[in-house]
Design a binder for this molecule. Structure first.
Ligand code: NAD
Ligand code: DAU
Length: 334
């Protein structure tokens, strides 16, 4: 298996490469990443020098360079994206550039190089907020924020390449991931690291928004399954099923760390904040996938990883992120 992984220095991408190296002995991986604030070579340190992994720092928006790099490879799995919803509210153009134009550039390069498979990594956010019920793969797209809208646009563009040019595209839409190597701007690592430092856990609004939290390793197993056995022209949902309120997750984290509930703090809500996501993953279950990690076990493993790796997240929290975070939310309460 010769796979190009874009965005492989980010959270899910680096976990996917690690999973591939452990589970597919004869794989070859070309990891292309621009190393934005979210890309981190420290995420790759345990396999950087593995002879099956080759890293190139490059921007997916550079189409002719992409064409040169991916020629001769079999498949592209595209994780590269701007991913933080809060940032998309402040700098939407960056999201349109990478999450739409970048995908176009990769699709075009893949078509020209005759690649055998193109997996676009998408998100549950494309359906927008669901007050009740469950989104199926055929449900209408109704994104609420610039991040989600750019991901929805990319999905449609990817399918146009399948229909028009016969490029073997599949789209994977997963729910919220968590686990090792997730940037501490995202809710679970932010709450864990704040609790470790006895700082407040900033819950947006009433904290009753519902997400289906998926352990990243379960997602990586699903993505590999789709790469190997998924049908082209299809969307696949990856979801653990059960949804939880943000406030419940925050309380679980505090309990795991033996910290008081007085650390919970309600702050100003995110504009356009989706209340609830809910994906059905029946199609993946028919393919033989199911989550192997319970929320309790995965959250405990994640908390342990952040406890044991303060050097990894301390550096990120001290840098540009802290300034960004303070500017946006510092001191604001409901
Ligand atoms: P991340 O922000 O941790 O990583 C994104 C990576 O993409 C970084 O390494 C970054 O340097 C790279 N990148 C950004 N712009 C680039 C460009 N122009 N060219 C090359 N590389 C670039 O993101 P993540 O959480 O790992 O998410 C990966 C993918 O999974 C994204 O497409 C995201 O939409 C999707 N997704 C994530 C989740 C989640 O909960 N994390 C859930 C559903 C879907
Ligand atoms: O749903 C999948 C999406 O999950 C991915 O497509 C995105 O790339 C990824 O960033 C993530 O988006 P979210 O906006 O859901 O993740 P985030 O961790 O930012 O927020 C999760 C929930 O927690 C959401 O309801 C907002 C809330 N939240 C978040 C932060 C950062 C808080 O209450 N306080 C916070 O400080």
């Amino acid at each position: 298996m010769k796979v190009v992984v874009t965005g492989g220095a980010g959270f899910v991408g680096s976990n996917f490469i690690r999973y591939l190296l452990r589970n597919v002995p004869d794989c070859r991986i070309l990891n292309i990443d621009k190393l934005t604030y979210a890309g981190n070579l420290n995420n790759l340190s345990d396999f950087f020098t593995d002879s099956r992994h080759h890293f190139v720092r490059e921007d997916i928006c550079r189409q002719s360079t992409m064409e040169k790099l991916i020629r001769g490879w079999e498949a592209v799995v595209n994780f590269a994206a701007e991913t933080h919803v809060d940032r998309s509210l402040m700098e939407p153009e960056k999201f349109l550039r990478t999450d739409v134009w970048g995908v176009f550039s990769l699709l075009e390069a893949s078509r020209r190089c005759g690649l055998k498979k193109f997996l676009q990594i998408s998100t549950d956010e494309v359906y927008g907020s669901l007050i009740r019920g469950t989104a199926r793969e055929s449900s209408c797209l109704s994104p609420s924020n610039p991040y989600a809208a750019s991901k929805a646009a990319a999905d449609l563009l990817a399918f146009s390449y399948y229909k028009t040019y016969g490029l073997a595209v599949s789209v994977v839409r997963s729910t919220n991931n968590f686990g090792p190597f997730q940037h501490p701007e995202k809710m679970i690592p932010l709450f864990i690291t704040n609790a470790l430092e006895n700082e407040k856990l900033p819950l947006y609004g009433d904290g009753r928004q519902v997400r289906q939290w998926l352990f990243v390793e379960d997602n990586c197993r699903a993505i590999l399954m789709i790469l190997q056995r998924g049908q082209t022209g299809q969307v696949y949902h990856v979801s653990p099923g059960v949804g939880h309120r943000n406030i419940s997750i925050a309380r679980m984290i505090l309990r795991l760390l033996g910290k008081p509930e007085s650390l919970l703090q309600s702050v100003k809500d995110r504009p356009g904040h989706d209340r609830r996501y809910c994906l059905s993953s029946e199609k993946m279950r028919k393919l033989g996938w199911r989550p192997e990690w319970s929320l309790e076990k995965a959250l405990a493993a994640t908390v342990k990883w952040y406890q044991e790796n303060p050097g990894w997240w301390g550096a990120l929290k001290k840098g540009a992120f802290q300034e960004y975070y303070r500017k946006q939310y510092g001191g604001q309460t409901c």
